[in-house]
Write a protein that binds this ligand. Structure first.
Ligand SMILES: Nc1ncnc2c1ncn2[C@@H]1O[C@H](COP(=O)(O)OP(=O)(O)OP(=O)(O)O)[C@@H](O)[C@H]1O
Length: 602
């Protein structure tokens, strides 16, 4: 399946039974077949023990109590106690073993999903909400886990239980058994009619719950904007609607459920009364014993339990089908950008970059974003990419990093085509610093070492010093061991930028890509950043996506990108002389800065 086909629409709660999925799910169970076979044997033994109980009661009454034989009472009493004790032990074993196995299967599945997810290309993540991807890894694997934990064993256990009960009833007295089954069509009618409605309500309740979660997630993520725009009241209203829908769906499900199972019990009672009526007659006539009737009724009561359990498992299977489909969709999505079969490790590079007639579009049905781009950059050159928004600057560097593959033409680094080398060897020699540098949870040191875990302490210290991280790290009590929290929320914008420089410096790439930060920092931090930048850029081929043209005057080459093409190319002075788009952009920014300076009196 291609990544584009991956459906990002509404999540469906249940799917029809699908043998192919079940077979595929079974592959995850296969490694644990021995332990599962053992569990099934334990469960069956337990079931036989439990089915024997009413018969023991029968003999206790008929042969013990009625005949005043204390020996029989003692033996049967001990047998009942013994069977319960064994049942307890087997129950403990089976619950533990099945849950452990379920967790192991979940672990395997989650690990496989996570590993696969990391190999997927940017296109997969483009426009696909993170929340949905996350819910596939957590909720959907859980649904599968529940099926294994509860469903699988319940199915085996309750089905054999049901067959066992029917067989015993028929064996005890087939006429009486058939008489008691008279109420079955009524039961089928009620359960058959109501169960889909109940399930529908539960499914609606789950859907509204996931909408609540989505809303909550967005609110927490966007709390700053929410408060800044004073949107609390509107948000409250939206949340209240979702909350209300969830409450109503839950209440409807409970109302229906509380109607169905008492009705089932009522029908069960009708069956029991029929048996009692005919049975009482037979006992009085001396055809049946009291113990027999007691045991028979006990079995009848046990008949309803498996029925209700099986109907619940069925809906569990259907929801696991929907989850399986979503999980397999991810697992079947091939990474678009991957190593060719004959890919070799990229040799250590100097940093020459050639774009040979490169074109690119983000999707087959979208227009070209880059058209016939030709470039030749020498090792160590400092290249600035400028141009209007949406012109294709980021796309050029995305292709260079091979986050996407060019749809036409070739990209060569030191004469090696980027598609002919392994992704890891390519990216290890390149570094990227984005506008909003992503900082991971962990310590400042962890983040510095991100691209080079084996760096010596000395190298770490030097890198930190040269971009002045040591200055701000020393402000914290724990220094380099300070936890920066998720996304570096403990750090300022400038500090995050410096940390990103330090990280890339330590990984020592030959080619560096830098998306210049647009957010403004104070003049002193700006100076620090500019000084750090000079250190980072030294001796490397650098591509800088520049937003402030004043910062790139000393670039070796300035590429002016317009409508997916290189419209102009040269040094600052050359381009100003040409009097083209660059000069226009430069003059506009210059005038804006001047008028800003006049307004602020700076
Ligand atoms: N992931 C994507 N999927 C589809 N289209 C995209 C994607 N990323 C960018 N585009 C489109 O490609 C074109 C070029 O975008 P690109 O990000 O390269 O522009 P840019 O010059 O870097 O702009 P800016 O200066 O605003 O960052 C734009 O029209 C944009 O809408």
């Amino acid at each position: 399946m291609s990544q584009v086909e991956w459906d990002s629409g509404e999540e469906i709660e249940e799917k029809p039974f699908n043998r192919a999925y079940l077979k595929r799910l079974f592959r995850y169970v296969l490694p644990y077949r021995k332990v599962l076979a053992f569990v099934i044997v334990i469960v069956l033994i337990n079931m036989v023990l439990s089915l024997a109980e009413p018969l023991l009661v029968r003999y206790m009454i008929d042969d013990g109590i009625m005949k005043k034989d204390f020996m029989v009472i003692n033996i049967l009493g001990a047998a009942m106690l013994g069977s319960k004790a064994i049942g307890w032990l087997l129950g403990y074993l089976h619950t533990k073993m099945i849950n452990f196995t379920g967790q192991r299967i979940l672990y395997d599945l989650r690990q496989q999903l996570f590993n696969h997810l990391q190999t997927l290309s940017f296109r997969f993540f483009d426009g696909r909400p993170a929340g949905k991807i996350m819910s596939r890894i957590t909720n959907d694997t859980n649904a599968i886990g529940e099926l294994v934990n509860g469903g699988l064993i319940t199915m085996v256990m309750e089905f054999t239980h049901l067959i066992g009960i029917v067989a015993i009833l028929l064996w005890m007295d087939w006429k009486l058994a058939l008489l008691s089954f008279i109420t079955l069509p009524l039961l089928y009618l009620i359960v058959g009619l109501m169960q889909p409605k109940i399930e529908g309500s539960w499914s609606h309740s789950r859907k509204t719950m996931s909408a609540i979660n989505g809303n909550l997630n967005e609110t927490i993520q966007g709390i700053r904007v929410i408060q800044a725009f004073s949107r609390q009241r509107e948000n409250d209203r939206r949340f209240e609607q979702l909350n209300l829908r969830n409450k109503n769906a839950f209440m409807r499900a409970i109302t229906l459920e509380s109607m169905v199972w008492p009705s089932v019990e009522m029908i069960g009672m009708i069956g029991t009364c029929i048996v009692l009526w005919f049975g009482a007659q037979a006992v009085m006539d001396g055809d049946l014993t009291l113990g027999f009737i007691m045991a028979f009724i006990n079995y009848l009561w046990r008949f309803w339990g498996p029925l209700s359990a099986l109907s619940k498992v069925y809906s569990q299977v259907l929801s696991a089908m929907a989850s399986a489909e979503r999980i397999f969709e991810i697992l079947d999505t091939e990474p678009e950008v991957k190593d060719r079969a004959d890919a070799k490790a990229m040799k250590p590079i100097q940093g020459e970059v050639v774009f040979d007639d490169v074109s690119f579009r983000y999707a087959a049905d979208k227009p070209d974003v880059l058209r016939s781009v030709n470039l030749r950059i020498k090792p160590g050159q400092r290249v600035a990419l400028v141009g209007p928004t949406g012109a294709g600057k980021s796309t050029i560097v995305n292709l260079l990093m091979r986050f996407y593959d060019a749809t036409g033409g070739r990209i060569l680094i030191d004469g090696q085509e980027v598609t002919s080398v392994t992704l890891e060897s390519l990216r290890r020699q390149m570094g990227i610093v984005l506008q909003d540098s992503f900082i991971f949870s962990g310590t400042i040191e962890d983040n510095l070492r991100y691209g080079n875990e084996d760096a010596s302490d000395e190298a770490l210290r030097r890198a930190a010093e040269s971009v002045r991280i040591d200055k701000f790290a020393s402000q914290f009590a724990d220094g380099f061991d300070t936890q920066v929290e998720e996304r570096g929320s403990k750090l300022s914008v400038g500090q995050r930028q410096l940390l990103a420089f330090g990280r890339v410096l330590l990984s020592d790439p030959r080619i560096l890509i830098l998306d210049e930060a647009t957010s403004s920092v104070d003049t002193e931090t700006e100076q620090h950043i500019q000084a750090a930048l000079q250190t980072v850029l030294e001796g490397r081929t650098a591509f800088i996506i520049a937003h402030r043209l004043s910062t790139i005057r000393d670039a070796d080459v300035i590429l002016v990108v317009r409508d997916g093409q290189i419209a102009e190319q040269g040094t600052h002075d050359e381009l100003i002389q040409q009097g083209g788009l660059y000069k226009k952009l430069y003059m506009t920014q210059y005038e804006m800065q001047q008028s800003l300076a006049l307004q602020t009196g700076a």
